[in-house]
Design a binder for this molecule. Structure first.
Ligand SMILES: CC(C)(COP(=O)(O)OP(=O)(O)OC[C@H]1O[C@@H](n2cnc3c(N)ncnc32)[C@H](O)[C@@H]1OP(=O)(O)O)[C@@H](O)C(=O)NCCC(=O)NCCS
Length: 250
């Protein structure tokens, strides 16, 4: 039987070797640039790549509290997740800034397992932007209940105030789109961001069609250069809320 091992680390514990492995995992498995991609390194059809240094500045910036979870299967790095915390109006936000599973290890619950590692007792709000419906399904299950019971209200309520003060620049700069934010939006977008990230959507659109056969998909359409936006209020089943919060475990 294969051995799955999950580990999580504070930003200061992430070594250059771990970061290099994460950059390779991303560059080999994230996806390819779409037709509308422009820029020196964004050639339509070529893989979206990240260097170790870019990954550090994007996902582990010095000005933020970040952490990292990874899973190995029989010793091989099979997937990882980066997340970042910040506080808004006394609420602790935890945002998943990257989630990638090696394509040879997908659809066996590793994304959900990684997000379970990211979960912390003192978090009030979780967030994620992703073009891949599977990332949203995994987040809805790990941080809430399921996509079927996902509430759109907290997305409309919190997105603007928490994202505009994010220490992660691409989260801060993302433009909110969809009927959750603008009731007169009839485009088919429900909860999306225009991130200007023109990754090819063939794979996520295929997944979306499949998911829609199985369940009501609450987040609407996926447009080029856009991503779904998911924000969930943490459910604190078994704890009475402390008056002073414990510090993060990292
Ligand atoms: C998105 C991604 C991380 C999912 O990883 P994974 O380990 O396969 O996901 P899981 O096995 O935990 O599955 C999560 C849910 O999505 C579903 N799912 C996974 N892949 C799917 C697919 N291709 N089509 C439809 N549903 C899919 C699973 O059935 C599961 O749903 P369930 O809990 O209702 O059963 C992986 O596909 C990936 O790395 N994609 C490329 C990078 C990317 O888009 N990352 C997100 C950016 S933040």
């Amino acid at each position: 039987m294969e051995e799955q091992v999950y580990k999580k680390y504070g930003a200061g514990q992430v070594t250059e070797t771990m970061l290099q492995e994460a950059a390779v995992l991303f560059s080999e498995n994230y996806g390819v640039w779409g037709e509308q991609a422009t820029g020196k390194f964004a050639k339509p059809g070529s893989r979206v790549r990240l260097s170790k240094d870019r990954l550090r500045s994007q996902c582990l910036p010095d000005n933020a509290t970040c952490f990292y979870a990874r899973v190995t299967v029989d010793g091989q790095l099979a997937g990882n997740a980066f997340a970042c915390r910040w506080t808004v109006n006394d609420k602790t936000v935890c945002w998943v800034t990257q989630l990638v599973v090696d394509r040879n290890y997908r659809e066996r619950g590793l994304a959900k397992g990684l997000l379970n590692q990211i979960k912390q007792n003192d978090v009030d709000i979780y967030g994620l932007m992703s073009s891949h419906p599977a990332a949203c399904l995994a987040a809805a299950k790990a941080f809430g209940d399921s996509i079927r019971t996902l509430q759109l209200g907290p997305i409309g309520k919190y997105a603007d105030e928490i994202m505009k003060v994010s220490p992660i620049s691409y989260v801060k700069d993302a433009k909110l789109r969809g009927s959750v934010f603008n009731p007169s939006d009839t485009s088919g977008l429900v909860s999306s961001v225009d991130s200007g990230f023109f990754v090819d959507h063939n794979e996520p659109l295929g997944a979306l069609a499949w998911v829609r056969e199985e369940t009501d998909w609450p987040l609407g359409e996926l447009f080029d250069g856009h991503e779904f936006l998911i924000i969930l209020e943490a459910r604190h089943r078994s704890r009475s809320r402390p008056t002073s919060r414990p510090k993060s475990g990292f």
